[in-house]
Design a protein around this ligand. Structure first.
Ligand code: COA
Length: 431
C-alpha cells in the first residue's frame, strides 16, 4: 500500500477517533500548543461515555470541556506542569499532577511509570516519505508514540515541518484527523522597570559566544530583550519563543561558536507567535529534539559557556527555590529548571541564573524568605543553585557557606524587608 493510500485509510473524523479510546486509558498530549484542539474538543463532547480516562500534559493551553469537576470520574486532567487553563483544577484538587524533571518524562514513560495508552498530538502535514513533524511539542511525545496502543495525529497545515528528531512515520499512526485551525499564539510579556533591571544585571554577565537556555515566565523573556547587542550567541534550550526571534532579528544569534551542534539552534517545544511558527518550517538552522536529549544535563553541558535563565516564585536564605507552588497550591511545575541549572554547573564556563523580582503583590510580600512557606514544592536545591538575581543585584551562592549565603540573599532583598530577614537569620544562627 502506498503512503497516500495508508493516509486515506487512516483519515477519520475526530468523533470516530475518540471511539478508539477505552475506559481507564491514559492519554499523553504534548506540551502547550502541541495539544490538538479538535481532538480534545471531541473528547470533551463525548466525555460522559467514558470512565477513568486521564489526560496528561505539560502546560494545557485551553480550558476544554473535560476541565469539569462534575465529570472528573469520566475524564481527569493529570498535569505534568500546570498552566493557566489547568491551574484551577490543580488548586481545587479535582485535577492531579505527577512530579517530574522534564528531562526524565520520556524514561518514566519508557519504564511504564507514566502510562501511555494513547497519544493525541498536533502534527504537520505528511511529507513525501510518509513523515509528520511533531515540531510544536517534540518533548516526551516521541517516546509516548513508541509505547502507545493508539496514536492519533491532528494534521494541520499551520504546524511547521521542523527538522531534528521529531518525526513520526505514517506506519506508527493509528488515525489521522485533519484541521485547519490557527495555532494558538502567545505574545511577549510586558516589561516593567523591575524586569528591566534584572535583565540588565544578567546581560552584563553574559559574554558574546555564550549558548543560552531561556526558561518560562516573564522575567526570562525580559532578560532576552537586553541581549540584542550581543554577538555570536547560540541556543540550546527547552522552549523556543518570540524572545529568541527578537535576538535572531537583531543579529545576536549565529550559533557559530557553539561547541555542541554548532550552527544549529536546539529546542524541544515552541510557544510564540505565527512569526515563530513560520520561521520553524523547514529551517535548517533549527532542530527540534525529544526532551531527554535537549534537557539531559550531560548533553546540554557539552555546550561550553552555557547560560541558563529561569524564574522562581520564592527563595530562602540558603537559595532553595520554590518555583512551582505558592505554599501548597500548585502553580506550574519543575519543568526544565533543575535540568538546566545542573547543565550550567557541568558546562565549562557555564552560569545558571535564577531570576526573581524581590517582592510580589505590589511590594507587600518579600519573595526572599528565611524559610519557604509551609507546603512549598521545592524545585531547585541549595546544592545546585548558583546566581540569583533580583532588581537589587546578584547573589552568587555556589561554593558559599550558609552564613555567606544569608548575607548575599539579604543584600538583594527589597530594603523594606531586610531588617526582618536579618533578625530571622540571627534566630536561625546564620548571622
Ligand atoms: N507569594 C505570593 N504570590 C506570589 C509569590 C509569592 N512568593 N511569587 C509570585 N507570586 C504571584 C505573582 O504576584 C503573580 O501573581 P499575578 O499573576 O496575580 O500578578 C504570580 O504569582 C506569578 O508570578 P510571576 O513572577 O509573574 O511568575 P511567571 O508567570 O513569570 O512564572 C514561574 C514564573 C516561576 C511560575 C515559572 O517560571 C515556572 O514555572 N518556573 C519553574 C519551571 C521552570 O523554570 N522551567 C524552566 C524551563 S521552561
Amino acid at each position: 500500500m502506498s503512503i497516500q493510500q495508508s493516509y486515506a485509510q487512516k483519515r477519520m473524523s475526530a468523533q470516530d477517533a475518540i471511539n478508539l479510546l477505552k475506559n481507564d486509558d491514559f492519554i499523553i498530549v504534548p506540551t502547550g500548543v502541541g495539544e490538538p484542539p479538535t481532538l480534545l474538543t471531541a473528547l470533551s463532547e463525548q466525555r460522559r461515555a467514558f470512565r477513568n480516562v486521564k489526560v496528561s500534559q505539560i502546560l494545557a493551553m485551553r480550558k476544554y470541556g473535560y476541565f469539569d469537576p462534575e465529570t472528573v470520574d469520566c475524564v481527569q486532567h493529570v498535569a505534568l506542569f500546570f498552566g493557566g487553563a489547568s491551574r484551577p483544577c490543580g488548586q481545587a484538587g479535582w485535577g492531579d499532577f505527577i512530579p517530574n524533571y522534564f528531562s526524565e518524562i520520556p524514561s518514566m514513560i519508557e519504564r511504564g511509570q507514566i502510562a501511555s495508552d494513547v497519544v493525541f498530538s498536533m502534527a504537520s502535514p505528511m511529507d513525501a516519505h510518509g513523515y509528520f513533524s511533531l515540531s510544536l511539542g517534540t518533548d516526551y511525545t516521541m517516546e509516548a508514540v513508541a509505547k502507545a496502543r493508539v496514536v492519533v495525529l491532528e494534521v494541520n497545515p499551520n504546524v511547521p515541518f521542523a527538522y531534528g528528531n521529531c518525526h513520526v512515520h505514517i506506519s506508527q499512526v493509528t488515525a489521522l484527523v485533519e484541521s485547519e485551525e490557527a495555532i494558538t499564539e502567545v505574545g511577549l510579556p510586558k516589561i516593567g522597570p523591575v524586569q528591566e533591571a534584572i535583565g540588565k544585571f544578567v546581560a552584563d554577565m553574559i559574554d558574546d559566544g555564550s549558548t543560552l537556555q531561556i526558561g518560562y515566565g516573564g522575567i526570562p523573556d525580559a532578560v532576552v530583550m537586553q541581549l540584542t547587542q550581543k554577538r555570536d550567541l547560540g541556543i540550546h534550550t527547552e522552549m523556543i519563543g518570540d524572545g529568541i526571534m527578537t535576538l535572531l532579528e537583531s543579529g545576536a544569534i549565529t550559533n557559530r561558536r557553539k561547541t555542541h551542534m554548532p550552527g544549529k539552534m536546539v529546542a524541544t517545544f515552541a510557544l510564540g507567535s505565527k512569526k515563530l511558527y513560520t520561521f520553524m518550517d523547514r529551517n535548517p538552522m533549527l532542530e527540534m529534539h525529544p526532551v531527554n536529549f535537549t534537557n539531559d544535563p550531560y548533553e546540554a553541558a557539552k555546550n561550553d559557556n552555557l547560560v541558563t535563565i529561569n524564574a522562581t516564585l520564592q527563595i530562602d536564605l540558603l537559595g532553595q527555590c520554590g518555583s512551582e507552588s505558592i505554599g501548597d497550591a500548585p502553580y506550574s511545575g519543575t519543568g526544565g529548571q533543575v535540568d538546566f541549572v545542573r547543565s550550567a554547573n557541568r558546562s565549562r564556563g557555564g552560569k545558571s541564573f535564577i531570576v526573581v523580582p524581590s517582592t510580589a503583590k505590589s511590594d507587600k510580600i518579600s519573595r526572599i524568605v528565611p524559610v519557604l512557606s509551609p507546603g512549598t514544592h521545592l524545585t531547585t536545591s541549595k546544592n545546585d543553585i548558583n546566581y540569583v538575581v533580583t532588581e537589587y543585584g546578584v547573589a552568587q551562592l555556589r561554593g558559599k557557606s550558609a552564613k555567606q549565603r544569608a548575607l548575599e540573599m539579604i543584600n538583594i532583598t527589597h530594603p523594606d524587608f531586610r531588617p526582618a530577614l536579618r533578625e530571622a537569620a540571627k534566630q536561625m544562627r546564620l548571622l
